[in-house]
Design a protein around this ligand. Structure first.
Ligand SMILES: [Zn+2]
Length: 502
């Protein structure tokens, strides 16, 4: 049998048996623990008025959103969408008897929303709920209180306040979470267990992912997508079984659940409840998130065709691989953005959308061919330049170039190598100047000579500015970059070294 919790929540289209409590809750305290919050009992409930039980200034530590992009999370990125002005005012932590604000968990980001309270004169004041976190069994709202607020937050405990969830954000997170359960269940049938999953928080249009033991081929991805969408069209019911943590549902069929369920539970969550999310005939999984009451809310699920090389035909082998998907409102935003990008790509390469792939593939093949041809020509040019230099007299031969196409150490090294093979008796001083920095290369089969020439040149080119010449070398080969404009004086310095050391 199942039990009702009192007080009852305001009615919504969520079916009455969505949340099935399998223990007698008579002894539960009035304050709802995480696992039995209003947002978890009725995912469609958007506002709720309940008493405040605690309010105190928030400790001055930024919160990092768990799960995806954890490393990149900063106070501004976790609290407010990028581009929003940095909020001013004090941050308070507020706990209520119950709430429609989900405090993140199970991969689902926290809700944001509005807290409304009355002042002493009966006026209503609204405050932004920037985040909500779970601490042990408690949901803690982080509320921004602007300077000069008429409401004394320290006096809130005992008074009523109403909370309203930012619905667009919640719907995006919730639909994606339900879609993830559905996708993971369909993948499970193919012996592809979900190792982890992640989603960027709203308003990101980035595709969420499930991590699998291997990559999928395109036909596999298409089959998985089709199966998910068939279930969505069936509008399968979703419901939650709630049991006391550690007890499980007394049912032989589910004997393994107790052990399995404890694996995914955060260590600081004890003495609470365990929630199993069920999709009729498809899935049953421990989950703390807010889940859509049926699959019609998901509307549509798209599995992104894996873009790793060869994935079109061959499954990538044994390394864990992310399979990206989009569902619900995020699928629309994501696919609209992908469609715009396709049009832009078509404009960039001057063809209609349908021909973009073919055109880009051909451009890439041409680019590769031309790069190979340029490489071959540069090699041949290097040998010609080297043999012209080798024909010059002198123990130190200088060569200055001012060509953008050959202004790189690869080309200069090829020239120097060919030169030294032709003139083992001589030292080559090679300079190239286009835009700063200029390049300098000194090479010789006589290692001592090369070193002496390079060191002297370095001194002369640097002059007063010791940091102007950066580089070095060994065994007869020295390379450096010379900052600033290559001036007449620099050419004169090269000639001076020839006079001194030749
Ligand atoms: Zn879940």
């Amino acid at each position: 049998m199942t039990y009702d919790l009192h007080p009852a929540l305001p009615a919504t289209p969520t079916p009455k048996d969505y949340s099935r409590i399998h223990f007698d809750p008579a002894a539960l305290p009035a304050k709802r623990i995480v696992g039995l919050l209003a947002c978890q009992r009725d995912p469609l409930l958007r506002t709720l008025t309940r008493r405040v039980v605690a309010a105190h200034p928030a400790p001055d530590v930024p919160l990092a959103q768990k799960g995806r992009d954890r490393k990149k999370a900063t106070p501004s990125s976790s609290a407010a969408p990028s581009g929003a002005a940095t909020p001013t005012g004090a941050l308070w932590e507020v706990e209520l008897e119950d709430t429609v604000i989900f405090p993140e968990g199970g991969g689902q980001p926290w809700d944001t929303g509005v807290l409304r309270v009355a002042d002493a004169n009966g006026g209503t004041h609204a405050f932004t709920i920037e985040a909500c976190v779970r601490r042990g069994l408690d949901a803690v709202h982080r509320v921004r209180v602007p300077p000069g607020s008429a409401v004394d937050f320290a006096a809130l405990p005992g008074l009523e306040a109403s909370v309203e969830v930012d619905w667009e954000r919640r719907l995006d997170h919730m639909v994606t979470h339900t879609a993830q359960h559905l996708l993971s269940a369909v993948l499970d049938r193919r012996e592809l267990p979900t190792l982890s999953w992640g989603m960027g928080q709203h308003p990101s249009t980035e595709a969420p992912y499930v991590e699998l033991p291997r990559g999928l081929t395109w036909p596999e991805a298409e089959a998985v997508e089709a199966e998910c969408n068939a279930h969505i069209r069936e509008q399968l019911r979703v419901w939650i079984d709630v049991t006391v943590q550690g007890e499980g549902v007394r049912d032989d069929e589910r004997a393994g659940d107790v052990e399995r369920e404890e694996r995914g539970i955060p260590k600081d969550y004890t003495g609470g409840v365990i929630r199993h999310c069920n999709i009729t005939g498809v899935d049953r999984n421990a989950c703390c998130g807010t889940q859509c009451p049926d699959l019609s809310y998901v509307s549509f699920l798209h599995v992104l065709p894996p873009s790793t090389p060869h994935a079109a035909t061959q499954p990538s082998s044994s390394t864990p691989t992310r399979l990206y998907f989009v569902a619900g409102p995020r699928a629309i935003a994501h696919l609209a953005s992908a469609s715009r990008e396709l049009s832009r790509a078509g404009q960039a390469v001057n063809v209609g959308r349908a021909d973009v792939y073919e055109r880009v593939a051909r451009i890439e093949a041409n680019r590769f061919e031309q790069a190979e041809a340029a490489k071959a020509m540069k090699g041949e040019l290097a040998r010609l330049v080297a043999s012209a230099a080798a024909a010059k007299d002198g123990a130190i031969v200088t060569l200055h170039r001012a060509e953008r196409a050959t202004h790189d150490f690869d080309f200069l090294s090829a020239v120097a190598g060919a030169f030294c093979d032709a003139r083992p008796d001589a030292t080559l001083v090679l300079t190239s100047a286009v835009a700063p920095p200029a390049l300098l290369l000194v090479q010789s089969k006589d290692a001592d000579k090369a070193k002496a020439v390079f060191e002297r040149l370095k001194t002369l080119l640097a002059g007063e500015d010791k940091a102007r010449v950066k580089g070095g070398g060994a065994r007869g080969r020295y390379m450096a970059k010379v900052d600033g404009k290559w001036a007449k004086g620099d050419g004169a310095a090269v000639e001076q070294v020839v006079q001194e050391l030749a």
